[in-house]
Design a protein around this ligand. Structure first.
Ligand SMILES: *[C@@H]1O[C@H](CO)[C@@H](O)[C@H](O)[C@H]1NC(C)=O
Ligand SMILES: *[C@@H]1O[C@H](CO)[C@@H](O)[C@H](O)[C@H]1NC(C)=O
Ligand SMILES: *[C@@H]1O[C@H](CO)[C@@H](O)[C@H](O)[C@H]1NC(C)=O
Ligand SMILES: *[C@@H]1O[C@H](CO)[C@@H](O)[C@H](O)[C@H]1NC(C)=O
Ligand SMILES: *[C@@H]1O[C@H](CO)[C@@H](O)[C@H](O)[C@H]1NC(C)=O
Length: 441
């Protein structure tokens, strides 16, 4: 099909009965907005793609960090799914036959028909939904900032980079497809991906963080204690009594995970597995996931986010260099997005998330991975030249303008303030020192 006609059809379908605000901001009660890092971006996206205009300011450059789109499960997870889900399926069906289940008959027949629907070689690859997420995201950014994103590609204007993985490479290529169309995107040049890229995946190089946080059992303690708490055991009892057999945390989490993936993969059908849970169960499973990411990739330990300064410095350098491109777009991972969000103090709760803070945080927390780190999550910094030659930066997260603490409201934040607030030079960003790499090169 002709690309332009295809785009028109997609646009038309997109506009049918949709308001500009995303489902999860208007009505976050649905379980689809509580699927953690596997939440599909279509429910989070800001569909308002009108021009962003600040009187007296002209946009000059944009620096974008994008998590890859919806993918397939990973190498460790696929065999577990292949062996355990059919077993759970049998238990659910036999329990129903024995009159021990309270699942609705039509939900039972959906479970009976279910099959794991992907090939083994799809491991970690970008799914079709992920391709659409990238095309749509690119189109909306282009529509908001048409002068920054010319429709004709030039390697002088655009600087793309992805990590050494299929899912970020395909994400970058589909983003380019959204910007330049089928023909134009064929010419796009991408640099060779770097193993443990120092900007896109800095944490892979931070030995101290790997040892003291990522691989340290203590960093998982809050999540583990929550899993052992009465909040979770009551949830498991509920699910067990509903299904008519004993469901442990691992089984519940597996069903939650497949519910999440299938919800992300298929925008026009419901995953049979989501019917196993009530709304309050999703909230509990979501909190367990939020706890894990809070302590591994978020505010839990200062080193986790302080080590993200090379990425922030890359943004400052890009904005302060004269002859560079006007678009930098990096395609990367959840771990990078969350650490950078924490470094700039976005989605920061007053009280830390703890195993015993569920009651406090249940309905009142901003650290909600479903909202801040869904598939295709993105963080944009836009450089403006404002009146009297003052440069200023606008920050957008999930395509929405973010007000940073310490910055003036309702306008881009002056570069000088940004530089005071955040590490922007070598002295303030001693990556090797903080990561224990001194003299180790
Ligand atoms: C969920 O929606 C309610 C009302 O619509 C709102 O007050 C609340 O802040 C929302 N929560 C999140 C995490 O977006
Ligand atoms: C859409 O975004 C523009 C620019 O940010 C804003 O001025 C406008 O009010 C928004 N429209 C709606 C319906 O939210
Ligand atoms: C983007 O770069 C091109 C050439 O490199 C330049 O002509 C154009 O003015 C730049 N756009 C903006 C908005 O600065
Ligand atoms: C199934 O169980 C319910 C109550 O637990 C009972 O009323 C009903 O008769 C049972 N049906 C069969 C077919 O055993
Ligand atoms: C842009 O493309 C030209 C021609 O293919 C190449 O010689 C040049 O090195 C490229 N420039 C950059 C900045 O990648």
């Amino acid at each position: 099909m002709d690309w332009k006609i295809f785009q028109l059809i997609v646009l038309y379908i997109g506009y049918l009965g949709l308001s500009v605000e995303s489902q999860c901001l208007e009505n976050n009660d649905t379980h689809k907005c509580k699927l953690g890092t596997k939440t599909p971006y279509r429910l989070i996206a800001n569909l308002n793609d009108s021009l962003i205009n600040y009187p007296g300011c002209i946009e000059k450059k944009i620096w974008l960090l994008v998590r890859h789109g919806t993918r397939f499960p990973g190498k460790k997870y696929v065999p577990i799914m292949m062996s355990k889900l059919p077993h759970l399926q049998e238990l659910i069906l036999s329990s129903y036959v024995a009159n021990r289940s309270r699942l609705m008959p039509d939900h039972i027949s959906q479970i009976a028909k279910w099959k794991l629907n992907f090939a083994e070689d799809a491991v970690m690859k970008l799914a079709e939904e992920g391709e659409r997420e990238m095309i749509d995201l690119a189109e909306r950014f282009q529509s908001r900032f048409p002068t920054l994103f010319p429709e004709k590609y030039s390697n002088l204007t655009y600087k793309f980079k992805y990590t050494a993985t299929q899912r970020t490479e395909e994400s970058a290529k589909h983003f380019a497809l959204g910007l330049f169309g089928l023909q134009g995107s064929k010419d796009v040049w991408f640099p060779e991906p770097e193993y443990r890229d120092p900007i896109l995946r800095f944490y892979k190089r931070c030995q101290r963080w790997r040892k003291e946080v990522d691989k340290n059992p203590k960093a998982y303690e809050e999540e583990q204690k929550f899993i052992q708490s009465s909040v979770v055991s009551d949830t498991l009892k509920d699910i067990s009594s509903f299904l008519g057999f004993q469901v442990d945390y691992e089984a519940a989490n597996l069903m939650y995970t497949i519910c999440a993936f299938e919800t992300a993969w298929y925008s026009n059908s419901e995953s049979a597995w989501c019917n196993v849970f009530q709304p309050k169960h999703f909230k509990v499973l979501e909190f367990a996931e939020d706890l894990k990411y809070y302590w591994i990739d978020g505010y839990g330990y200062p080193l986790t986010y302080e080590q993200a300064c090379p990425a922030l410095r890359d943004m400052f350098n890009f904005f302060q260099s004269k002859e560079d491109a006007n678009v930098t777009a990096y395609f990367t991972h959840s771990g990078t997005i969350l650490k950078l969000l924490s470094l700039i103090r976005v989605a920061k709760d007053i009280e830390p998330l703890k195993h015993d803070s569920y009651t406090l945080h249940e309905d009142r927390r901003v650290w909600r991975v479903s909202m801040i780190d869904a598939f295709a999550s993105n963080l944009a910094f836009v450089l403006y030249d404002c009146k009297s030659k003052n440069p200023a930066i606008l920050v957008m997260h999930q395509e929405r303008i973010v007000h940073l603490p310490g910055c003036p409201k309702n306008m881009p934040c002056p570069l000088s303030i940004m530089k005071n607030l955040y590490p922007d030079n070598e002295e303030e960003c001693q990556f090797d020192t903080m990561c224990g790499l001194d003299g180790n090169v």
